[in-house]
Design a protein around this ligand. Sequence first.
Ligand code: SAM
Ligand code: SF4
Ligand code: SF4
Length: 338
Amino acid sequence: MGEAKALKDTLGRPLRDLRISVTDLCNFRCVYCMPKEIFGRGYRFLPKADLLTYEELERVVRVFVGLGAEKVRLTGGEPLMRRELETLVAKLAAIEDLDLTLTTNGSVLAEKAQALKDAGLKRITVSLDSLDDEVFRRMNDVDFPVDTVIRAMDRAHEVGLRPVKVNMVVRRGMNEDSIVPMAAFFRERGYILRFIEYMDVGHTNGWRMDDVVPAKEIVRRVNDAFPIEPVAPNYTGEVAERWRYTDGRGEIGVIASVTQAFCKDCTRARLSAEGKLYTCLFATEGTDLRALLRGGASDDEVAARIAGVWSGRTDRYSEVRSENTIPLKKIEMSYIGG
Ligand code: SAM
Ligand code: SF4
Ligand code: SF4
């Protein structure tokens, strides 16, 4: 292992994963992420010239890989809103030993799946909060139907983007009754369903602890319907706690970011669409890498900046969070990526 690969933060955590928001735009207005009252007509999204180009993204990813990153997730906003995303996928898929994946709301995935697969993408995560059309339309808040998303997942599976994973954010009083129907449906389909505790990201979603359905309760509800047992994690730092159905019908994941914080194993860096580096989902300040990239810095200089930020990293927000300690100026999920 080279010197660079030994990069660790102040708590001994290596830099393993990079999540890249490729755009802050989205065609949904999920009530827990981009509420309409804030992200309405008057909201100013990033100008196109501010977004990192695909060439800049490829360059910066190569630098991250040189520092030990093994996994890149493309996210957003809605990543498939960025034009010809397959061009970026092709560039990143060509990087050796890089595990590349993408999280999407699935709205235009049916049309894009083949192109993404051809570009070298191997697997995909699709977000879906309910199978109940009315509940889903209320949660995405743009009246988007469930059927289109299911069709997109099936299309992704068909072209070979496997396994298809499904992200469901569970919010008390909104879609908790969808937990068991979702489990029933996706175990039949063979897609891996991952339940996510509703988090206090950003400052626009009006988060309250009461809105969180704790992972323990989610597990209990699924177990009552279809018995499950825990599975060992795939690797250290895996955020989803894994459970398998005892009848052999696949597995689920539960991401307990609120009730069972996993900061001690958090190996994730995040890059906003305009090239700011964040070392925590709940960070308030980022480091501008775009200025370096556009200002003539060499790859070594970019690497030194990233290494400097990472080696000083102290973040453990979820471990120290309390209901009353939400920072005032957190970054929105749609900006920083999920
Ligand atoms: N637009 C894409 C999508 O929805 O899949 C990618 C970006 S989205 C910000 C990434 C993930 O974050 C989605 O699965 C979404 O459900 C999740 N998410 C957004 N806001 C959240 C919150 N407050 N708590 C927990 N998960 C959240
Ligand atoms: Fe858009 Fe994804 Fe946020 Fe929903 S969760 S508003 S689809 S970015
Ligand atoms: Fe990582 Fe920050 Fe989340 Fe903790 S709160 S797991 S450090 S992103």
